[in-house]
Design a protein around this ligand. Structure first.
Ligand SMILES: [Zn+2]
Length: 325
C-alpha cells in the first residue's frame, strides 16, 4: 500500500552521517548515525551505509516498501549526481554518489547540497507547505541557501544556483575560504559573528564578558548567552549580523519574490535576537512593492532531524508521491 511506503534520507556531513526511513508525512523511523570517516574514499562510506540500510530495513513491517533514496551532502550537484571538491571530505574532484547507490539498489536516487535539502524539507514537511515561492537559509559554520521557485528547487544551468553565502557584501572585506573577499558567509554565519565580535572588541571600549574569552574559544553560543545577559558588544554583533543579512535578503527577494524566507541552523536558534532585527532591516532595504509582504520565519523542522527529512523530501519529490493529495 502506497501510504505505508517510505524513502531513505541520508545526510552526509564532514564528521557524521545520519540516515533514516521517512514516510510521506515526514515521520522518521529507524534513525542511525555513522562516523563519516572523511579521510576514506566515498566507496567505503557507501558500503557502510548500505550495510546499515540492509540491517535497518529488516526491522520495517513487511508491507512497507522503500520508494527511493535522497541524499544531502556538501558540494553536491543534483544535475550530475556528484559531490564535487567537498571541503571536509577526502573524496577528490568528483564522486558520483548517485551511481554508487544505483549500483546497489534498483531505486530512484537523488542528491543535492544540504541547503537545497533543507529547502525541499521545509516545502514538503515544514513551514513552507503549500507555498510555491520560498527561500531557506541555513546558518551554520557557513551560510547555505535553497530557493523554491514555482514549487520546484532552483538548480540553474549548472546545478549550483542560489549560493547566497558567496555573494559579495564588501569587495575589500573579509577573506573567505572560497578564495574571494567579503562573501556574505564571512559576516553572517556562526563563524562570521565571532569575527564581528572580535572587530567590535578592538574598536570599542564597552565592558564585555566576551573580553575574557580567547578567539579560539569564542562560539556563536557564547555570544548568544552574552547577548541574553544584555552584553552590549554581543548585542551589537547580532545587530550588525542582522543588518547585513537583511540587506542581502532584500536583494534575494528582488530575484524570486518569495512568500516567505526561513532561517534554520545553529545561528537561527538565537531566535528573535537575530530574526526580529533582520526582519526590520529586511523591510528597510526592500524595494517599495515588496515592503511588508515577505514573511521572515524560523524553520520549524528540528535541527537534529531536519537534515534527514530534507534528504528524504528530495527523494519523495523525485518519485512524485508526497505532492499528491
Ligand atoms: Zn566565499
Amino acid at each position: 500500500m502506497q501510504m505505508n511506503n517510505c524513502v531513505i534520507g541520508i545526510d552526509i556531513g564532514g564528521t557524521t552521517t545520519s540516515l533514516g526511513f521517512v514516510d510521506r508525512h515526514g515521520t522518521l523511523t529507524c534513525e542511525t548515525t555513522l562516523d563519516t570517516l572523511a579521510d576514506q574514499p566515498a566507496e567505503i562510506l557507501v558500503s557502510r551505509l548500505c550495510e546499515s540500510i540492509d540491517k535497518l530495513s529488516k526491522a520495517l513491517p513487511p508491507q512497507v516498501a522503500i520508494s527511493g533514496i535522497g541524499i544531502g551532502a556538501p558540494n553536491a550537484n543534483y544535475l550530475r549526481g556528484t559531490v564535487e571538491n567537498p571541503p571536509n571530505l577526502n573524496w577528490g574532484a568528483s564522486t558520483n554518489l548517485v551511481e554508487l547507490f544505483r549500483g546497489r539498489y534498483n531505486l530512484p536516487v537523488a542528491i543535492t547540497n544540504d541547503a537545497n535539502a533543507a529547502a525541499i524539507g521545509e516545502l514538503l514537511f515544514g513551514g513552507a507547505r503549500g507555498m510555491k515561492q520560498a527561500i531557506v537559509i541555513t546558518l551554520g559554520t557557513g551560510l547555505g541557501s535553497g530557493f523554491v521557485v514555482n514549487g520546484e528547487l532552483l538548480y540553474g544551468a549548472d546545478g549550483f544556483a542560489g549560493e547566497l553565502g558567496h555573494t559579495t557584501v564588501d569587495p575589500a572585506g573579509r577573506h573567505c575560504a572560497c578564495g574571494k573577499q567579503g562573501c556574505l558567509e564571512t559576516y553572517v554565519s556562526a563563524t562570521g559573528i565571532c569575527r564581528t565580535v572580535s572587530e567590535l572588541l578592538a574598536q570599542r571600549l564597552d565592558p564585555s564578558c566576551l573580553r575574557e574569552v580567547s578567539y579560539s574559544e569564542l562560539t556563536s553560543k557564547k555570544i548568544y548567552e552574552a547577548a541574553c545577559g544584555g552584553d552590549s558588544i554581543a548585542l551589537a554583533a547580532f545587530d550588525a549580523t542582522a543588518r547585513i543579512l537583511g540587506m542581502k535578503l532584500a536583494d534575494a527577494v528582488a530575484h524570486t519574490s518569495p512568500e516567505a524566507i526561513f532561517l534554520s541552523g545553529g545561528l537561527a536558534a538565537a531566535g528573535d535576537l537575530l530574526i526580529a532585527p533582520t526582519r526590520r532591516y529586511l523591510n528597510e532595504f526592500l524595494f517599495g512593492p515588496y515592503k511588508g509582504k515577505v514573511k521572515l520565519l524560523r524553520s520549524d523542522l528540528s535541527e537534529s532531524s531536519g537534515a534527514i527529512l530534507g534528504a528524504a523530501a528530495l527523494a519523495w519529490h523525485e518519485v512524485g508521491i508526497a505532492t499528491r493529495p
